[in-house]
Design a protein around this ligand. Structure first.
Ligand code: NAD
Length: 372
């Protein structure tokens, strides 16, 4: 079997789907690994380093035409799908909610499509969970980037010149990214508060030494996969009103609220921003999926009454070496769990919960009913 790893064509995505520290496991299974030339450039890994451990450098076109399994961090466009031979498999982060064309083309051309965004949230699949591995790093980056734009330091400092108060950080949404943002801000010495509609996270917030903000919104909850349920309009309005007071007293507000497969909820409006202190920072981690903050824009810093509203796309790319290492491990774990050494093929066993959830197209059929 030939596996080919493709470079991202998005200049803002510097992550690679393979990493030099993780590929050996696949080579040991007798799998041939090709990589698109310069795949490691953005994380300072030269082609030669991959070649020295036994990987083969090829053009993108060659990879598409010849591989049995293609690993990619982004959706491929239809013209590229047409170059892939039938019965091959694409495995990666393919953003299926926004790429219906990709799903239909794979079905028409009998190319199998595995979406790593659809790895189920079960213990056995945690090692393959790309959303978590990247959200974790993104949460860290959000704090570092916010701190850069604040004109104060984060920790308390008792100096001969006077006592400097710690910065106040408010994290909205305590999933994987939010937890890492809390932990990072705490490590930097900030005073941290956090809120989530899933009240089960209160204990996790407290265990990190942060304070859970209690806002009673009536019935909220989570799906069987641990994702938040969508709030009603009344609940959102109530949340906005009650959390505004916490925003007003915060130096940094980091929003991470997401709803799987749907646009992110708008949680901070201009009215709230106008009450915040000039010089404070709002970091909208949901900017790529609609945004939690009114006026936020991807890859821009918008200033409103002295408040900086930051949106950065591909956050995990800011730590591309670690992001690539984690992604590569996620992909490798999927491959090694389902690779059959005897037949040198992937065993698409639809009785398996991970296969059932993550394989969107198989042998020309769209398997996931959301996309049928
Ligand atoms: P996510 O990226 O979908 O959303 C981020 C957070 O925003 C969530 O905590 C969500 O509750 C919150 N949110 C949504 N609407 C909100 C609102 N109006 N106000 C405030 N917060 C709001 O979530 P995620 O990071 O993928 O994690 C969701 C849960 O799943 C977490 O508890 C996580 O630990 C869990 N998880 C479990 C597994 C597993 O068991 N294998 C794997 C990954 C994550």
């Amino acid at each position: 079997m030939i596996i080919a790893a493709l470079k991202s064509s998005n200049p803002l995505d510097s992550r690679s789907p393979i990493h030099i520290d993780t590929v050996k496991r696949l080579l040991d299974l007798g799998i041939e690994i090709w990589f698109e030339e310069d795949i490691g450039k953005a994380m300072n890994i030269d082609n030669k380093i991959f070649e020295d451990v036994g990987l083969k450098k090829h053009s993108r076109e060659n990879c598409l035409k010849n591989a049995n399994l293609i690993i990619t961090n982004q959706a491929l466009d239809v013209s590229e799908i047409k170059q892939i031979k039938s019965n091959s498999t694409i495995l990666g982060m393919v953003n299926p909610f926004n790429n219906k064309d990709l799903i239909n083309s794979c079905s028409d051309l009998e190319i199998n499509l595995v979406s790593m965004e659809f790895i189920p949230r079960i213990t056995r699949a945690q090692k393959m969970d790309v959303l978590s591995s990247q959200a974790n790093l993104a949460g860290y980056v959000a704090v570092i980037e916010s701190a850069k734009h604040l004109s104060s330091a984060l920790p308390m400092m008792m100096t001969a010149a006077g006592t400097l108060k710690p910065a106040k950080v408010f994290v909205i949404g305590v999933g994987v990214a939010g937890l890492q943002a809390i932990a990072t801000a705490k490590r930097l010495g900030a005073r941290v508060e956090a809120f989530d509609t899933r009240d089960v996270v209160e204990e996790q917030v407290n265990s990190l030494g942060a304070k859970f903000v209690k806002i009673d919104l009536g019935e909220t909850g989570e799906t069987d996969q641990g994702y938040a349920k969508e709030l009603t309009e009344d609940q959102i309005n109530k949340q906005k009103e009650l959390q505004a007071k916490v925003c007003e007293r915060s130096d940094i507000v980091i929003t991470t609220a997401q709803l799987f497969g749907r646009p992110a909820p708008l949680l901070i409006d201009s009215k709230t921003i106008d009450k915040m202190n000039p010089g404070s920072v709002i970091f909208d981690m949901a900017v790529e999926s609609g945004g939690n903050v009114e006026g936020s824009e991807a890859d821009k810093i918008i200033e409103r009454n002295g408040v900086k509203i930051i949106g950065i796309s591909n956050l995990a790319s800011k730590v591309s070496n670690h992001a690539s290492l984690a992604l590569s491990n996620n992909y490798n774990n999927w491959i090694t769990d389902f690779y059959d050494k005897e037949t040198a093929q992937i065993n698409f066993d639809f009785e398996d919960e991970i296969i059932k959830s993550s394989v969107l197209v198989f042998e020309g059929k769209i398997k996931n009913e959301r996309f049928q």
